[in-house]
Design a protein around this ligand. Structure first.
Ligand SMILES: [Zn+2]
Length: 184
């Protein structure tokens, strides 16, 4: 949701290429580095299909964003965005299979070399969050200069910033200067 930075002021697209999307998957831990490396290589061999997957990725992001923004700002969820997210989640479900592991089974995605395989865990993860009791902890960053959303997993659920180093410190510095000004 945060990969369109400053979306209401000066939108900056952070998913410029398919590789950006694949890296996002790697950074967030939904894809394995080896899988991303292979997707990276194939995206050079077939740039058109990679580009199509990128456009779908942005569409999915917007759907997730619109749904969560409505929830966070306590407004009705746009049915179109929810329908879109449902479509992606259903596709993702069609690619899930049970695999036997050491102490039981786990869900894994098949066909991990499909360009769209980046989208499945993202759609799945958004859908899982919507259907979980963690949904109440989806928040918007308190910084006025920031439009990022985050999930408040802190113990007391009093977290205010998307990221302490990105926004928390910025706010702290601003308060510090404001206080200094008043004291002068
Ligand atoms: Zn922030």
């Amino acid at each position: 949701m945060n990969t369109l930075d400053d979306r209401y002021t000066k939108p900056k697209e952070l998913l410029e290429t398919y590789i950006d999307l694949a890296r996002f998957g790697e950074d967030t831990g939904v894809l394995e580095p080896a899988q991303v490396d292979r997707l990276y290589e194939s995206s050079y061999a077939d740039p058109e299909r990679a580009q199509r997957a990128l456009l779908l990725g942005r569409e999915l992001r917007e759907a997730i964003h619109d749904v969560f923004r409505a929830i966070i700002t306590k407004r009705p969820v746009p049915p179109g965005a929810l329908a879109q997210l449902n479509g992606y989640a259903q596709t993702a479900a069609g690619h899930m299979q049970l695999v036997e592991v050491k102490n039981g089974f786990e869900w894994r995605f098949d066909d991990r070399q499909d360009f769209d395989s980046v989208l499945w865990p993202i759609a799945r993860s958004a859908a899982d969050l919507l259907a979980s009791h963690h949904l109440a902890f989806a928040r918007a960053c308190s910084s006025k200069a920031c439009e990022w959303f985050f999930l408040d997993t802190s113990k007391n659920h009093h977290r205010r910033w998307c990221d302490m180093t990105r926004c928390g410190n910025r706010a702290k510095v601003q308060r510090f200067y404001a206080r200094q000004k008043r004291q002068r």
